[in-house]
Design a protein around this ligand. Structure first.
Ligand code: RIB
Ligand code: CA
Length: 342
C-alpha cells in the first residue's frame, strides 16, 4: 500500500538556486528603469519603490490595460507620481487590451478604477503624446546605456516594442517581469493574471532573447503583508503612507471575503526591488515556455529545469525564475519606501 504520494518522489523538479543574471543598480550608478504597469494596488507600491530607491533612476512609467481599463491605469500612474513628488517622470498610455484573445480585467481585485476605493486628486498633467511604445523606444534609443524594464502588467506593450523596434532589444538591459508561475496560477489553475491576460505577447517576449527574470507567484506568494504592517505605515508622516494604508486595507478586505485571510501579496514590488537589492530574491535558471492556446492551460508559464529533458531536446534556460525571498526584509523595505515619500 503506497504512502502519501506527496512525500515520495516529487512530481516537480526542484531547481538549484543560481547566481542572478539581472543587473542591480547602485547608489553610485543607479540603474535606468522604465516601469510598464497596470496600476493597480500592488503596482502603486512598486512605483513608489521605483521612485525612491537610490539604486534606480526611474525614466518613465508606461500604462497597459490589465487590472483596470487602460485609461484608469494611465490616470492612476499620473496621480501616483504626483502623490510621490515625482511629477517629472513621464507617463504614456499603452495597449488597452491583448494582441489577441479575450479582454481580461482584475477589477474584482483592484476595484473598478484600479485603486480600491481610493480616489487621488486628478492629475495636473496629461500623458505624453505618441503612446507608451514610442516613449519606451525614444528612451532606449537616447540612453547612453541599456535600460532595464520592469513589466508589472500584461506584456502587450513589451511585445509591441520588440516587434516594432527589434533593433532596440539590445538596449534593454533586462526585463524584470512580474508574471507567471512555475506552480499553480491565480487567474486560473494554470495561469497567473499578467500572462493570462495576453499569452501571445508573453510568448513573443519569452522567445525574444532579451534577458529575463520571471518574478512569478512562486516567489511573490512569499512576499505578502498582513494587518501588522498597517500601524507601521500609519506611524509615517506624509500622504503617501496614508494612501498605501488605504490600498492595503481594501485588499485585505477583498482577500478576507474570498477566505484567503487578511493579507496581500505585493507581487509587483518584488520585480522592482529585485533590480535595486542584490540579494533579496533567490533565483534559478529555467526554460520557460508559454501556452498561448485557447485551452484550459492558456497563459501557463511552463518551466523546465530538468537537465535530462533540456539536454535530450537541445533546449536551454531562457530566464531566471524567482523562488525565494526574505519576507521580513521585504516588508521592512516596503515601510522604508513609504518613509521616504511625501
Ligand atoms: O498576478 C499578479 C499580477 O496581476 C500583479 O501584477 C497585479 O497587479 C496584477 O496585475
Ligand atoms: Ca500589476
Amino acid at each position: 500500500m503506497g504512502g502519501d504520494p506527496r512525500v515520495g518522489w516529487p512530481t516537480f523538479h526542484q531547481a538549484a538556486l543560481s547566481p542572478r543574471t539581472a543587473p542591480v543598480g547602485t547608489v553610485d550608478h543607479p540603474l535606468p528603469l522604465i516601469v510598464d504597469s497596470d496600476p493597480g494596488l500592488d503596482d502603486a507600491l512598486a512605483i513608489a519603490a521605483a521612485v525612491v530607491r537610490p539604486e534606480l533612476r526611474l525614466l518613465a512609467v508606461t500604462s497597459v490595460g490589465g487590472n483596470a481599463d487602460v485609461h484608469h491605469c494611465t490616470e492612476n500612474a499620473l496621480r501616483l507620481l504626483e502623490l510621490y513628488g515625482a511629477a517629472e517622470v513621464p507617463v504614456a498610455e499603452g495597449a488597452a487590451g491583448p494582441l489577441a484573445g479575450p479582454l481580461e480585467r482584475a477589477t474584482e481585485v483592484h476595484g473598478e478604477a484600479g485603486l480600491g476605493r481610493t480616489v487621488l486628486p486628478a492629475a495636473k498633467r496629461r500623458p505624453e503624446p505618441g503612446g507608451a511604445v514610442a516613449l519606451m523606444a525614444r528612451i532606449l534609443d537616447a540612453s547612453p546605456e541599456p535600460v532595464a524594464i520592469a513589466p508589472i502588467g500584461p506584456l502587450t506593450n513589451i511585445a509591441l516594442l520588440l516587434r516594432s523596434y527589434p533593433h532596440l532589444a539590445a538596449k534593454i538591459a533586462h526585463l524584470s517581469i512580474m508574471g507567471g508561475s512555475i506552480g499553480e496560477g491565480n487567474s486560473s489553475a494554470s495561469a497567473e493574471f499578467n500572462i493570462f491576460a495576453d499569452p501571445v505577447a508573453a510568448d513573443i517576449v519569452f522567445k525574444s532573447g532579451v534577458p529575463i527574470t520571471m518574478i512569478g507567484l512562486d516567489v511573490t506568494h512569499h512576499a505578502y503583508v498582513d494587518r501588522s504592517v498597517l500601524p507601521r505605515l500609519a506611524a509615517l508622516p506624509g500622504a503617501s503612507a496614508r494612501v498605501a494604508t488605504e490600498l492595503l486595507a481594501f485588499s485585505f478586505e477583498r482577500s478576507a471575503e474570498w477566505g484567503q485571510g487578511e493579507r496581500m501579496a505585493i507581487h509587483d514590488l518584488v520585480a522592482v526591488l529585485h533590480l535595486a537589492v542584490p540579494d533579496l530574491v533567490g533565483v534559478a535558471r529555467y526554460c520557460v515556455e508559454i501556452d498561448a492556446t485557447s485551452g484550459p492551460a492558456r497563459g501557463r508559464t511552463i518551466g523546465d529545469c530538468s537537465p535530462y529533458r533540456l539536454g535530450r531536446d537541445g533546449r536551454g534556460a531562457n530566464c531566471d525564475v524567482g523562488l525565494t525571498i526574505d519576507r521580513a526584509r521585504f516588508v521592512d523595505l516596503l515601510v522604508e519606501t513609504y518613509a521616504q515619500l511625501p
